[in-house]
Structure formats: C-alpha cells, structure tokens
Design a protein around this ligand. Structure first.
Ligand code: SAM
Length: 193
C-alpha cells in the first residue's frame, strides 16, 4: 500500500486494535525505558508503553494515523512523541532500549531491508528489537500479497550484532473487523550485543 492508501485507511481515525500481545508479554516486569514504535498506526502500543512509564517515539507514514495517535494519547493522558516518517528512508538519530514494529514492515525489497537495518541501528546496546509480521504461509489464503508477508529466514540475517531470543512462527490474535482471528505471525525478539 502507498502512503496515500494508508492515509485513506485511517480517514475516519477510529479503530479499536488491541495492544500487541507479544509486546505485553515481552516487557512484562521490565523497568520502563525508551521505546520506538515503527509504523505505529493509531498508537495503541506506544500509548500502552507510555502509560507504564516508558518514554516513547511513534513513527508512521500516514499523517491521519499520526493525528489519530496524538488524539488517542491526549485522551489517555500520556505524552508520546508521534511523527510522520517513512521507515524505508528514515535514519535513527538516537538509540532506544526497545524498538518495535508490529504488522508494519514495508513490502519485501530494498525498502524493507533499509527499514529493518535502521530499526536495528536504533537499538541501544543491551536493548531489544521486537518484530511481528504476518507469516508467508498466509499467501495461500490469497488476501495478502506475498511481498507483504515475511519468513523467519529473511529477517534473521539482517540482525547482525544481535543475539536471537526468539525467531518463530506463532498463531497470533489479530482483530479483523469485529472478529478476532488467529493467524500465523513471525515473531522475532533480538537483543543487541
Ligand atoms: C497494519 S498497520 C499496523 C499498525 C500498528 N503497528 C499495529 O500493530 O496496530 C501498518 C502500519 O504501518 C504503516 N506503514 C506502512 N508503511 C510504512 C512506512 N514505509 N513507513 C512508516 N509507516 C508505514 C501504516 O501507515 C500503518 O499504520
């Protein structure tokens, strides 16, 4: 999808996408630090972290998503640094304790590689990278283009300098309209050495 497509998808500004369960399980019991949410959408993950004391930056290509995320943060009474950015071109200027991308990687190609490499550079030594994305096996269902899916094997080689904590395909709850479907997602958790 293009930036304009994503903007149109967020035109009404309202979804009730739940906070990512892989994120909540990962940081459970951690002391809050700094976090970066790449492709943050309406910001539910960023806001959840900020409400727990994290200092959060959320980036998204869609201006409507960022506007909605700012409204949601104000309603939740938390402060998050939300900004419009294309992760295919974005370069980190700071390092974070936690960098996440949930269902937001660009399509397979140089843009995806650049985004993952930039995400990796944004992780502080000792910090953690969490990537969650629909698994390539979903291509068989025909509703997502193969280039928008991932495999574990294409992500892992991009994480030079990281120790892998998790890299697997997991059935993952995903809100789809009013129903929740369980779909295979690649989950990668890696710690920067
Ligand atoms: C399926 S939504 C996921 C949003 C959120 N991370 C979540 O888990 O609910 C994908 C998000 O990635 C954003 N996105 C897609 N391509 C992007 C890019 N190149 N740079 C930044 N954001 C992008 C979209 O605008 C959209 O908000």
């Amino acid at each position: 999808m293009t930036a304009a497509d994503w903007d149109a998808a967020y035109e009404d500004g309202a979804t009730d996408t739940p906070v990512d369960g892989h994120l909540t399980a990962l940081v459970d019991g951690w002391d809050p630090g700094t976090a970066l949410d790449l492709g943050c959408g309406l910001g539910q993950n960023s806001i959840w972290l900020a409400a727990r004391g994290w200092t959060v930056t959320g980036l998204d290509i869609a201006a409507n998503a960022i506007a909605g995320a700012r409204r949601a943060a104000a309603e939740a009474g938390v402060d998050v640094d939300f900004a419009v950015a294309d992760v295919r071109e974005w370069q980190p200027t700071a390092e974070f304790d936690l960098v996440i991308s949930t269902f937001a990687l660009p399509a397979r190609g140089p843009g995806r590689t650049a985004a993952i490499e930039a995400a990796a550079r944004a992780v502080h030594p000792g910090g953690t990278l969490l990537l969650v994305e629909f698994d390539s096996s979903l291509a068989d269902e025909g509703w997502m283009a193969p280039r928008d899916l991932v495999t574990v094997d294409e992500l892992v080689p991009l994480l030079e300098g990281f120790t892998l904590v998790r890299a697997e395909v997991v059935e993952t709850a995903h809100a789809h309209g009013h129903e929740t479907r369980h779909l295979p997602a690649v989950v990668v958790v890696a710690r920067r050495r």
